[in-house]
Design a protein around this ligand. Structure first.
Ligand SMILES: Nc1nc2c(ncn2[C@@H]2O[C@H](COP(=O)(O)OP(=O)(O)OP(=O)(O)O)[C@@H](O)[C@H]2O)c(=O)[nH]1
Ligand SMILES: [Mg+2]
Length: 385
């Protein structure tokens, strides 16, 4: 073969190899594995710590394998309270910002006439503040602004903020009562209609309490569906809490009793009892709830009965609240799904109706999406900062 032919073959081979390598690099770049110009040796695994905890179930700590095996995944670390509040307040502002917008419109109007005030009052009413409080608030704001003149938007905003904080009532005691006698755990029951977020709230609250260094036990007193105890058990594994369960269809009161009994035996600080969702109109189911509470009280006093209300259900939540309060002496409210609702005003109505404070708000499905209720932070969230 002539030298020329050999040269052609070698060049063709080089081109082929070069093309293949180029193709591979291109493919990896388009998959995001390689930064332009990066050497393969510099490829790094994506960070393993997501910004927000994910719902992936994890194994409980006691199920860890012997030392030779890879270590069991660490329990999720709860988000620090400060960053949690900043993140949640932003989320609240995101879903409730029509109040902030209405205020901005009010203040930017050339002339605040009857129509402008009416629109503003309507916004307050549609955020579930209730007709009477909304009317009172508008009257107050009108007269104060008339005295002071509307020229200063910041002052008007300040006035509205003060009035709203007053309506939400900063003087109510919103602390979770965790007092308990030596050798007997504090008991907290979660009650409410179907799907409001009871089980999720037990999980989130358990995580908060564990982060405070308390020993916690879950009681799965929702025995209607096997899946309910499974769901709570998964939360328990995720936050490092044992879940006491019964068989499907077992008497919920006896499961609650057993959970508190185990809490006594193990010296737990808190037992959180999840109950099945029930329509407030079903008398038999409401009686059953009363029985669960009475049976627990044979072992230890119930510190708190938290009524879990879905903020998106609006006025219906008030009817539920009234009936649950009659049956089980509700001591606090957890208002969930405020992240998806522009109806933050329901806080005011439900507190007025029951005379018990909103103690926690749910702002998402994540494990850290529960916040102790703080009137000033809440109003700032509503008004947008
Ligand atoms: N966006 C949002 N979703 C929530 C919140 N709290 C709970 N959820 C979701 O609401 C749905 C129902 O939650 P669960 O905790 O199962 O409700 P439950 O009250 O235990 O339901 P039942 O036991 O069937 O009565 C789930 O998809 C939750 O992830 C919240 O604050 N925000
Ligand atoms: Mg449930």
């Amino acid at each position: 073969m002539s030298t020329t032919i050999w040269v052609i073959i070698v060049l063709a081979a080089c081109a082929l190899v070069g093309g293949v390598i180029g193709g591979i690099v291109h493919a990896r770049r388009t998959r995001g594995e390689l930064a332009p110009g990066a050497e393969p040796a510099q490829i790094q695994a994506p960070p393993k710590t997501p910004a927000e905890p994910t719902a992936a179930p994890e194994r409980p700590a006691e199920a860890a394998e012997p030392a030779a095996e890879p270590p069991a995944p660490a329990l999720e670390v709860p988000e620090a309270p400060a960053t949690r509040m900043v993140r949640l307040r932003r989320r609240l502002a995101g879903s409730n910002n029509h109040l902030a917008r209405a205020l901005a419109e009010l203040l930017s109007a050339d002339r605040i006439d009857e129509d402008v005030w009416d629109d503003f009052e309507t916004t307050l009413i549609t955020s579930d503040l209730g007709v009477a409080p909304a009317t009172e608030l508008v009257e107050k704001l009108r007269s104060e602004l008339a005295i002071e003149g509307i020229s200063e938007p910041a002052r008007a905003r300040q006035l509205l903020r003060t009035e709203l904080v007053g309506l939400v009532d900063p003087n109510l005691d919103r602390g979770l009562n965790l007092d308990h006698a030596e050798g007997r755990p504090a008991v907290i029951m979660m009650v409410g209609v179907n799907g409001t977020g009871k089980t999720t709230t037990v999980g989130k609250l358990g995580r908060m309490l564990v982060a405070q260094g308390r020993s916690v036990l879950f009681g799965a007193a929702d025995t209607f569906r096997a899946a309910a105890a499974e769901q709570l058990g998964t939360w328990g594994e995720r936050v490092g809490v044992r879940t006491v369960r019964g068989d499907e269809g077992a008497d919920p009161a006896s499961v609650a009793f057993n959970a508190v009994d185990e809490g006594i035996a193990t010296g737990a600080d808190v037992v959180l009892v999840d109950t099945a969702g029930r329509l407030h109109t079903k008398v038999g189911l409401m009686d059953e709830l009363g029985k669960v509470k009475r049976v627990i009280e044979k072992k230890a006093p119930v510190n708190e009965v938290l009524l879990v209300l879905d903020a998106t259900t609006g006025q219906n939540g008030l009817a539920q609240a009234r009936i649950f309060a009659e049956v089980v002496d509700v001591t606090g409210i957890v208002l969930t799904k405020l992240d998806g609702s522009a109806k933050g005003g329901i806080v005011v109505q439900v507190q007025r109706e029951l005379g018990v404070p909103v103690k926690f708000i749910g702002l998402g499905e994540g494990a850290d999406d529960l916040a102790p209720f703080d009137p000033e932070g809440f109003v700032d969230g509503l008004l947008g900062e």
